[in-house]
Design a protein around this ligand. Sequence first.
Ligand code: LLP
Length: 433
Amino acid sequence: QTQFAQIRDRSLYIDDVDAMDLVKKYGTPLYVMSEGHIRHQLNELKTKFLDKYDHVLPLFASKSFSCLEIYRITSEFGIGIDCVSAGEISIALKAGFDPHKIYFHGNNKLPSEIDYAIAHDVDHFVIDNFYEIELVEKYAKKYDKTIYATVRVVPEIKAGGHGYIQTGHKDTKFGFSARNGIYLKAIQQIVDSAHIEFEGIHCHIGSQVFDLYAYISAMHRFVRFAYEIYDQLGVMVKVINAGGGYGIAYTKKDEPLEFETITSEIMNIIKDGYDKRGWDMPMVLVEPGRYVVGNAGITLYTVGSVKDIPDVRTYMSVDGGMTDNIRTALYDAQYDGIIVNKAYERRDTKVTVAGKICESADIVVKEIMLPYPEPGDIFAQFSTGAYHYSMSSNYNQLPKPAVVFTYQGKSKLVIRRQTFDDLIAFDVQEDYQ
Ligand code: LLP
């Protein structure tokens, strides 16, 4: 991790910007994203993968944090992106992202989305199902274009921080099963399609993964798939996309794997497997999301009500909640944080940080030791860069917080705070017809 966030001079500094100044300038709740950390992580993808090996491409899984600015920054590093909807693609294109470096994912890409993507020169698809093969062929023909396909195959591996973020196990909605030769039928159908070129296979085992062995076994399985595809269909796997899911540290208990450890294992296993057959290395893709933006985010909240439940705990409510952070309720996610204006006080109170939403599940941090809180304190929740803003909602009609980037001692607004007018921006008054 980088040292972008530091406690000093009685405050919290993010990229050398005082968090209390950000609160004064932009209000709370506020998503702060360290551009310093994002650039550091993107640079890791570039120097430790893209520049290190021949014939590789890292992708940023942009569902983790998607807005114009992140696509602009990502494009500077020469890497690609993973998009999962025409909406994400439209924002990336607006930001000037090269459509040929966009990889379109998803288990139910809509006909309108496939049409949109192909019309806008997106030509890499991660194909998930038989219906999609038909649709991609139809729209590629319509625009007389060639689509390069990787086929998502289920490796049947259980990995990931929570049941809801496991994707590579047998019983999943994602990808083609390898059972009964189903994925081979899909590949044959693609090979037979006039406008789709089969390139290779894709897997994503899950998210927030700390288990190196899960990546190792997935890659061994993928080498065997490559053999099987060649032996059964006479088709070469020229691209292997090993997915993302690299776990980050949310609390001190988490012990993330090094990016280089995962990628060198992936490269070695594929190289050994291909060498055994005397084949050239395929192109290898990885697609982390959380790894790039997760630790870059800090959410700043203002504390409101404080309640003591005798002998149990103290509830401290903040001015946001599950609308800006759904992860605690959804995945039982754990977080660390501090009271910024009490950064030097003893953390002697067992606190549950609650939101202001009318739901018992609306908890921001389940349990954390903090100095005794009071109304008006500023709570900073750490590691909120991935799947916070991108999963935010307007439940209870809370306007979404602003997103501010910090870099080298300065801050700038990247997404403005929503207003009450924004809350009714899509409401219309129509007569029945
Ligand atoms: N590739 C594919 C095909 C994916 O489905 C995902 C995430 C990624 C890459 C990036 O995974 P990452 O490196 O960010 O773990 N909302 C959940 C995570 C859901 C991830 C969905 N797919 C959370 O907040 O933990």
